[in-house]
Ligand binder design. Structure first.
Ligand code: SF4
Ligand code: SF4
Length: 373
């Protein structure tokens, strides 16, 4: 395993972090706990020292399962990151209550890296400022319940800059970044700005919710043939000195083995000039084919009217990737289709990608009507 500097903290973290957001499943959305625990422990045995979870992952089960995985001496071998679900907090006292609940689930007396989760303009104004959450974080640190203070982010660059400037004490931040998201959200500019201020930067969605793991054949053709699509996507990030580590939400043992191997081969400056041009071209092709930037995070479900929003978007995106047959078969099998959207906007408040879901649904319905005709 390769280790990298975690901002100014003096800590060395593994190039690969284990994201506990897409743990292996045994049934529909039911985590296969035995496999998940074994995978997390195996990652730690192989040198991974950063495990990342959050309050809402797997409907609250992720923290509990990570807590189990870190028994039998594993907690002492790794740093642990989790996130404060700021949207749940109504009054100032809720912060500590929620943190205590998380510590109990994680079966630990402290979290190493605690993040204010998925900040946007609204959450920054309505929660962070009004409920004085930075002060709460500092108090939790003074009490020994957390060690380092950070935030994860989903909004536009100007909001990112305001949050960075709001507090001098940020130790780290977590942003969405990959070879197609260069100017989306915090983007490359945000990465450089945060690193320039001495923050460690954790990268999430390095594979854009899996869309870069198995990209459309047109994108694949642009990428070289020496590495897998996953390795190309991850190497793009490891190449950059501002990246402290990247999180991968690994769902099976093979993905874990592959990522461990890739991380072991990684180093700063590993991308050649030729490969830089290749990534640029791959992004251009990807952009020309992307319909909706859904990462499959599932924050938007359940929809009160039963729409399986991430699945609908996944089939919709397949149509642009020239996988019409697969898209059509999958969409036809859905009991409730895009035209059942009642424009209630509930889902849109939860979407970290700021997708105007109710506006896209009629478009999806139209496209599938055409395909089926
Ligand atoms: S806007 Fe449409 S998809 Fe979103 S929650 Fe409402 S009905 Fe469901
Ligand atoms: S629509 Fe938004 S919230 Fe729902 S799965 Fe996609 S990215 Fe996540």
């Amino acid at each position: 395993m390769q280790y990298r500097d975690f901002g100014k903290t003096g800590i060395k973290v593994s190039a690969l972090g284990f994201g506990a957001m897409r743990l292996p499943l045994s049934g529909e959305n039911q985590v296969d706990e035995k496999r998940a625990v074994a995978m997390i422990r195996h990652a730690i045995d192989q040198g991974v020292n950063y495990i990342d979870t959050a309050y809402p992952y797997h409907e609250g089960e992720s923290e509990r399962i990570v807590g189990e995985a870190l028994q039998e001496g594993y907690r002492e071998k790794t740093y642990l990151a989790t996130k404060c679900p700021v949207w749940k907090l109504v009054k100032e006292e809720d912060f500590e209550e929620v943190l205590d609940e998380q510590l109990a689930k994680l079966k630990t007396d402290h979290v190493d890296f605690y993040l204010l989760h998925a900040l946007s303009r609204d959450r920054f104004e309505e929660k962070i400022k009004k409920l004085k959450l930075v002060e709460k974080m500092e108090k939790a640190r003074a009490d020994g319940k957390i060690k380092y203070i950070g935030f994860s982010f989903h909004d536009s660059y100007d909001v990112f800059q305001d949050i960075l400037d709001y507090y001098d004490g940020w130790d780290f931040c977590q942003i969405q970044y990959n070879y197609v998201d260069l100017t989306h959200q915090a983007g490359l500019k945000g990465l450089k700005e945060a690193a320039g201020k001495g923050l460690a930067v954790v990268i999430m969605e390095p594979l854009l919710g899996g869309r870069l793991a198995n990209p459309a054949s047109h994108v694949k053709e642009v990428l070289g043939s020496e590495k897998s699509s996953v390795e190309y996507a991850l190497d793009f990030l490891w190449d950059q000195p501002e990246v402290s580590l990247l999180l991968s939400g690994m769902s099976d043992e093979q993905q874990l083995e592959d990522n461990l191997l890739y991380a072991d081969r990684s180093y700063i400056g590993m991308v050649s000039e030729e490969e830089h041009a290749m990534y640029k071209k791959a992004k251009e092709v990807f952009d020309s084919m992307a319909l909706v930037g859904c990462t499959g995070c599932r924050y938007c479900v359940p929809c009160p009217f039963g729409l399986e929003i991430p699945e609908i978007f996944s089939y919709y995106n397949m149509t642009a990737a020239h996988k019409e047959d697969e898209a059509k078969a999958g969409y036809e099998a859905l009991a409730i289709k895009a035209d059942s959207c009642k424009t209630c906007h509930r889902c849109e408040k939860e979407c970290p990608q700021m997708i105007k879901i109710s506006q896209v649904m009629p478009e999806v319905a139209k496209v599938f009507e055409k395909i089926q005709a």
